[in-house]
Design a protein around this ligand. Sequence first.
Ligand code: PHB
Length: 388
Amino acid sequence: MTFTHTLGALAAAALLAAPPAWAQAGAKLKVGFMLPYTGTYAALGSAIENGFRLYVQEQGGKLAGREIEFLKVDDESDPSKATDNVNKLIKRDQVDVIIGTVHSGVAMAMAKAARESNTLLIVPNAGADAVTGPMCAPNIFRSSFSNWQPAYAMGDVAAKRGHKKAITITWKYAAGDESVAGFKEAFEKGGGQVVKQLNLPFPNVEFQALLTEIAAAKPDAVYTFFAGGGAVKFVKDYAAAGLNKTIPLYGAGFLTDGTLEAQGDAAQGLLTTLHYADGLNTPRDNAFRLAYAKAFKLQPDVYAVQGYDAAQMLGVGLNAVKGDVSKKAEFGAALKAAKIDSPRGPFTIAKNNNPVQDFYLRKVEGKENKSIGIAVKALADPGRGCKL
Ligand code: PHB
């Protein structure tokens, strides 16, 4: 070997051994929140951010040894602005990871941009089935649920409770459509029938005409997907119309999560299914709730848990790649091998990067969604159309 070859080899070896540029410079990890900070889902966005920040704070402000810089975009739950908004984080701010969002329509545009730019994306709420279905990708993960999951669990519960004819009512967009489809799949498998599907545009809350239609049709049960401000109004209107006395109302648990303070008496006794509940009374959940209440002077809800767990998932993946987000395959492999120690109870990540988790049956008692048991254990999204 010649002298110059030796030098070249030494230089190459030194380069290989050297830590990446960001590590040498001690660069901060750029985390971009794309969440709704205004509109019907505003409270959900802030709970997610709170939960995420709480976990990071518990780790001393760092994940995998890297300090964190937060950037924020308000997506307004508006799909028409979603591509421009997500590109503020990807192209302008050049974030290392995006945490977002709540609304399924916005999340699908984010997933497309994340796929095209190979940016790490962790979805801390939006259930769009496509994100862990046909649009699934090695760099896209979810800390929450697919729309199919809680809905399927409730369809199963409603059928087992002996209901035969159900009407569904929801917002006409991906989350509502997919929630109704999941409910219908399990309910009809259990011998029930969805006899009518009622819709209104997101985020409208003019429910009166549709409630009149339900009252006239007299089904055995009503299934619904609403969340945030819309859920508050729907539960109140359902009770004001007197329907809570005559036709049992079931929902994906978003109907009553983070909303009970505002719904008051109208929500009492409602049954919902969700991957989180009050009264779990595990050491893990108790510690989380105490820390959250102390930090934010608020009670946590499912959104806070999903934000907290998005940070936990990011931490697990980053630890495996020593903070180097470019190693997407190793990052994903670590998550699939992990058990996430969530306040909701431990969960795993399936091949399609969606949580496999228990769904609780909850009953509203006072200001709480009390767990009254597990509706479906370790429920995995079917991941239809995902080729991972
Ligand atoms: C959704 O759009 O996927 C969505 C929004 C709010 C929720 C749940 C799902 O609470």
